[in-house]
Each structure stands twice: as structure tokens, then as C-alpha cells.
Write a new protein. Structure first.
Length: 236
């Protein structure tokens, strides 16, 4: 029993340090270009030794590859929870795009990272990317989208998401901008103007606070601590 307890504690501490390093990499990427970040920057920000860093990651690239994979997995889980259960392929794709843009703009540290790594880049096996491409593929098979290679349809959708988030982070959140982006994506995929407009304005649930676990949970804890220290309620 005692050994099992010690093993669990050790595993928990290792997971905590793993997440701590990932979040440090994420926060650094929100304030400077990724190509300018060095291992020393992460070590200093995380307040760990170089040896501790290499206990978890072989290189800085390995950290950012893992960060992109895990972050997109967590975002996908959140969107799956929030997204309405549309049986229609076009409506489902539109909801996914709109929710993703809203989430990335609501939490700029996430949006900034995703635009900087030019997602999906080396992260094409992520559940979120797969969900988008699968709906595009299904829409083509159903004759709802123009019969083009799925990769072209994915480029239309992903490129618009990245470009839209980048614009909103620079110019400020523009009400309904994610709906307009989604509308143009659907038109680009071959949906008629009226149908695209309807699908791009279907009711969506409001996104609340970040979850309490994983990378997103660490960001929530950090934000709550910073605003509590300032004597202000945390607003997102």
C-alpha cells in the first residue's frame, strides 16, 4: 500500500512537471515568435534545471510538437462537449468552425499559439483536424460540397480559421466575425449563399470557463491566481 502510494505520488509529480513545461512553452510563444525561443528561455520561465528539461523532452521541437498535439486534443474534447448534435454534415462543420474560432479568440494565448505554428502543420492526426476533414469528405460524397480533393477543402477551412483568428487577435474581437468567416468557408466549399448564411448563424452554446485539467486547466489556474492577486474577479 505504501509503495503504491509513493508510486502514485511520483507519477503525479512527473505529470505536473510535464504540464508545467508545456505551459511555459505555450506562454513564451504568446509573447515572442517560436523560432526565437530557446531552451534557456523555457528553463528560466519554468524555473527548472536544464537536466529537468531533458528528463521530459529531447529538444525544444519535441516540446512544441507535444504541446500542439495535446492542446489540440484538449480543444477537440471541449468542442465535442459544446457542439450541437447536428445530423446534417454542413451544419456540423459550420458549428465546429465557429466554436473553434470563438474559443481561440476568447483565450488569446491559445489563438496566438495556433496561428504561430500554422496548425495543423505536423499535427494532422489530431481529432479536431480529422473531424473537419471527415465532414468535408462526407459533404463531398453527399454532393453538398464541390467535388474537389479533400485536401483542397481542408485548406479552405483551416486557412480561413487561422487567418480569421489572426485578424481578430490583432484588430480585436469583432462580433459575428466568426460567422462571416464560416459563411465564406461554406460558399468556398460549394454551398449556395442562402444556405451558407443560415448554417453560419445557427444557435450555439456560450463558452464558459476553461476546464480544470490538462493544459487548459493550468491556464485557468494561472489566470485565477493572477486576478486574485490583483484583488479582482476573474473574467474571461
Amino acid at each position: 500500500m505504501h509503495l503504491n502510494h509513493r508510486t502514485r505520488v511520483a507519477a503525479q509529480r512527473r505529470e505536473e512537471m510535464h504540464l508545467h513545461l508545456l505551459v511555459s512553452g505555450l506562454l513564451l510563444a504568446s509573447i515572442k515568435p517560436i523560432h526565437e525561443i530557446e531552451i534557456e528561455d523555457v528553463i528560466k520561465h519554468a524555473q527548472v534545471s536544464r537536466g529537468s528539461f531533458y528528463n521530459y523532452f529531447q529538444s525544444l521541437q519535441a516540446l512544441y510538437d507535444e504541446l500542439a498535439r495535446k492542446l489540440m486534443q484538449e480543444l477537440f474534447s471541449e468542442i465535442e462537449i459544446l457542439a450541437p448534435r447536428h445530423s446534417d454534415t454542413v451544419e456540423r462543420l459550420a458549428s465546429t468552425i465557429r466554436l473553434l474560432i470563438r474559443l481561440l479568440v476568447k483565450y488569446p494565448v491559445l489563438g496566438s499559439f495556433i496561428t504561430k505554428i500554422q496548425w495543423p502543420n505536423r499535427n494532422q492526426n489530431s481529432g479536431l483536424f480529422q473531424a473537419i476533414t471527415q465532414d468535408i469528405s462526407l459533404g463531398i460524397e453527399e454532393g453538398k460540397f464541390t467535388n474537389v480533393p479533400v485536401s483542397i477543402g481542408a485548406n479552405i477551412a483551416i486557412g480561413s480559421i487561422i487567418g480569421g483568428v489572426h485578424t481578430m487577435l490583432i484588430e480585436g474581437s469583432i462580433q459575428g466575425f466568426e460567422d462571416k468567416i464560416t459563411n465564406q468557408v461554406l460558399i468556398g466549399l460549394g454551398i449556395d449563399t442562402q444556405s451558407a448564411s443560415i448554417c453560419s448563424q445557427l444557435p450555439l452554446p456560450e463558452y464558459g470557463s476553461l476546464p480544470g485539467t490538462g493544459i487548459l486547466g493550468k491556464l485557468a489556474d494561472r489566470a485565477a491566481h493572477e486576478t486574485e492577486s490583483a484583488g479582482l474577479p476573474w473574467k474571461t
